[in-house]
Design a protein around this ligand. Structure first.
Ligand SMILES: *Cc1c(COP(=O)(O)O)cnc(C)c1O
Length: 397
């Protein structure tokens, strides 16, 4: 395999299209899909060399695969990260970061506005292995500082958070983490590397669910861990090789090719989401609209400082609680009811009864998730058709 000739530095859009590409002897223009679990060696001497590390090369797809390696190199370039490792899902990435490096007695601090499965991993799974956690209001930097213990190893946060689109000041939290020798882990699934690069604000580790905007067309699950060489070599590499959350090469290939269009897709998602947010803000029956790049978002200045666009998700509240929210959703004709997001197709979900259903009503209230709250993921349809569908459903209430 020949590595693509590459100048010292490409601009971000070029990295998204060409970063990390290697070509076989056929000089294929599109990246090759290597569906193989193993790799043959010329001789037992070569096999021995691969295992001892003196001969570079692939050994087994649980350890690495040429298609997956292209995806990892490309997204690392886009995030400005030293190294990346792909996993079978976003949750496999989150779990691997924690379980590869934490041990009994360690402590994690996490922002309360968190993806439900991340909350399970931190609060239910880690606690079974003697790893404790403190959940804080992520928007308050002092809360992070106050939660630190001598055994704190990680800060974990998501910004913008699901579904309230609350923003966390990454620079402020990273500074507190650095002073205490703690690693800041940021789940960047909602923004994607096109809108936000957490390492530019001091994050040490970035996690993605590439299932969302990176795939962008609702096809394959995938996850990514971006980190420095030190964390990879000390903790992650050995854990990934031996526990096996490796992605299918096919899924890696889909997400590798998807990175090429991520920039233009995110711009269109943001444009449609802002149009929907502006439409909803003046619509009758809608009591509240949350969108990071609207001036009425409580943290819009911070969002603009960290992000290049407001993202594809709009959260809003309907007057009349759960019954009105359900009536509204039932009256939609085009927008799909699904708990996924980041698809070309516009999607709507009622967080209180789906993604956040397992939480107590007090915990939901504490996060600002009301019974009338609806999460909308803007697709790439004509925004006028999206707004027509929303308007028609609102008119039926
Ligand atoms: C979807 C999602 C995850 C989990 O990713 P999967 O690919 O579904 O495992 C984690 N964090 C956030 C913010 C997500 O939206």
């Amino acid at each position: 395999m020949a590595t693509h000739k590459k100048p010292a530095k490409w601009r971000a859009r070029t990295e998204a299209v060409r970063g990390g590409q290697t070509r076989t002897g056929f000089q294929e223009t599109a990246e090759a899909l290597f569906i193989t679990s193993g790799y043959a060696y010329e001789s037992p001497e070569e096999a021995e060399g691969r295992f001892t590390g003196t001969h570079p090369g692939f050994m087994y797809t649980r350890y690495g695969n040429p298609t997956t390696a292209m995806f990892e190199a490309r997204i690392a370039a886009m995030e400005g990260a030293p190294v990346a490792r792909a996993t079978s899902s976003g949750m496999a990435a989150v779990t691997a970061v924690f379980l590869s490096s934490l041990k009994v007695g360690d402590h994690v601090v996490a922002a309360k506005a968190m993806f439900g499965a991340c909350r399970y991993v931190i609060e239910n799974l880690l606690s079974r292995f003697g790893i404790t956690s403190t959940i804080v209001d992520g928007s308050d930097p002092q809360a992070w500082a106050n939660a630190i213990r001598p055994e704190t190893k990680f800060f974990f946060l998501e910004t913008p958070a699901n579904p309230t689109l609350a923003i966390v000041d990454m620079k402020a939290v990273a500074k507190i983490a650095d002073e205490a020798g703690i690693l800041l882990v940021v789940d960047n699934a909602f923004a994607s590397p096109v809108l936000q690069r957490p390492m530019d604000f001091g994050a040490h580790i970035v996690i993605h669910s590439s299932t969302k905007y990176i795939d962008g067309q609702g096809r394959c699950l995938g996850g990514v861990i971006l980190c420095k060489e030190d964390f990879l070599n000390t903790h992650l590499q050995t854990f990934l090789r031996n526990t096996g959350p490796a992605p299918s090469p096919f899924n890696s290939w889909v997400h590798l090719k998807s990175l090429e269009t991520l920039g233009i897709r995110m711009a269109a998602h943001c444009e449609n989401a802002l149009k929907v947010a502006d439409f909803l803000a003046q619509a009758r029956g809608v009591t509240r609209v949350l969108y990071p790049f609207r001036d009425d978002h409580p943290q819009s200045a911070l969002a603009r400082a960290q992000m290049k666009g407001g993202g594809g998700v709009v959260t809003f509240e309907i007057k009349g609680g759960k019954r009105a929210a359900f009536d509204f959703i039932n009256a939609l004709e085009m927008i799909d009811i699904s708990n996924n997001l980041g698809d070309t197709k516009s999607i709507i979900t009622h967080p209180a009864t789906t993604t956040h259903q397992r939480m107590s009503s007090e915990a939901r209230a504490d996060l600002g998730i009301s019974d009338g709250m609806i999460r909308f993921s803007a697709g790439l349809e004509d925004p006028a058709d999206i707004c027509d569908d929303l308007a028609r459903a609102l008119a039926r209430l």
